[in-house]
Design a protein around this ligand. Structure first.
Ligand code: CO8
Length: 296
């Protein structure tokens, strides 16, 4: 699949002039038959034994997956498709072995002026990932810089390949992080380390990222995506209703005071007693059998 995609991209870059031709080419070689949707900058597939994991691979290799407008639109569209797919319980977001994403597209941004970015609320739609009710695991190999690091931090779990590098180099470009790099990073690794990264543009290795709590697990580069899919399969095996409640409750820890958060958690906990899956889960335990969740 990867070699086929590579061949398709090389052929398209060298010979084909337009996007619709690229799509025609995909039809001819049948690539789209294996993937979900028709995208230019990403590949979206269903993975896992039960095809209950949505895998999105950022696929703009010549620009190290720099996050251009088209890529972000493709990403949103694939997320929406997986969000409404009843079989999918969890999503994995990854890039290539060299780059998860090297940041927002600097070429696209370079000529913009204040009135345009402020007036048009530039890149405000970038946080669509944070509205996804299903858990998203970032599987980060290679560079996760600027908007790439911010995109990973919008996910719910971050796994890293052992050569991954995280950084917020915006200061070297005369700008600052604009999609969570000053906020989520602070919460993830503490003020001193976040401040140091944002003010120096220095990068953090996968091992440092794990030690600081940004990343939960580190794997060899070539095992990373499989490991992320395995975790996603495990999550997808639970009730999708309970998964969504769980994610919502954990995320409120970022938004509310402890007292408000505990109250919210208790209410969601109570709400699980209105579901068939809570009853099924507890009965299955008592009857010493596997639960059969129906997402209801
Ligand atoms: N944007 C556009 N193109 C890029 C980017 C990028 N961020 N990063 C790499 N590329 C392109 C290069 O221009 C090059 O293209 P070409 O071959 O046409 O010249 C190609 O990718 C390969 O890059 P390099 O030759 O530089 O590869 P190296 O292996 O030598 O270096 C690096 C890899 C270290 C990753 C290097 O490319 C680099 O430093 N990239 C820029 C990293 C960066 O500064 N990222 C931050 C961007 S700003 C940002 O993300 C702000 C987000 C704000 C969000 C706001 C939301 C509201």
């Amino acid at each position: 699949m990867a070699s086929m995609t590579f061949a398709r991209n090389v052929f398209a870059k060298l010979i084909l002039p337009a996007k619709y031709n690229l799509r025609l080419l995909d039809k001819v070689i049948g690539l789209r038959c294996m993937s979900i949707g028709n995208y230019e900058y990403i590949i979206a597939e269903k993975k896992g034994e039960k095809k209950n994991v949505g895998l999105i691979k950022l696929n703009r290799p010549r620009a190290l997956n720099a996050l251009c407008d088209g890529l972000m639109k493709d990403l949103k569209s694939a997320l929406d498709a997986f969000e409404t797919d009843k079989d999918v319980g969890c999503i994995v977001l990854t890039g290539s072995e060299k780059a998860f994403a090297a940041g927002a597209d600097i070429k696209e941004m370079s000529q913009k002026e204040f009135s345009e970015v402020y007036g048009g609320n530039f890149l405000s739609h970038w946080n669509s990932l944070t509205h996804c009710k299903k858990p998203v695991i970032a599987a980060v190999n290679g560079y996760a810089l600027g908007g790439g690091c911010e995109l990973a931090m919008m996910c719910d779990i971050i796994y890293a390949g052992d050569k991954a590098q995280f950084g917020q180099p915006e200061i070297t470009l005369g700008t600052i992080p604009g999609a969570g790099g000053t906020q989520r990073l602070c919460k993830a690794i503490g003020k001193s380390r976040a401040m140091e990264m944002v003010l120096t543009g220095d990068r953090m290795t996968a091992q440092e990222a794990q030690a600081s709590g940004l990343v939960s697990k580190v794997f060899p580069v070539n095992q990373l995506v499989d490991e992320a899919v395995k975790t996603a399969e495990k999550i997808s095996g639970f009730s999708k209703l309970t998964i969504a409640m769980c994610k919502e409750a954990v995320n409120t820890a970022y938004e509310l005071s402890l007292q408000e958060g505990l109250h919210f958690e208790k209410r969601i906990f109570h709400a699980t007693f209105a579901t068939k899956d809570r009853q099924e889960g507890m009965m299955a335990f008592l009857e010493k059998r596997q639960p059969n969740f129906t997402d209801s």
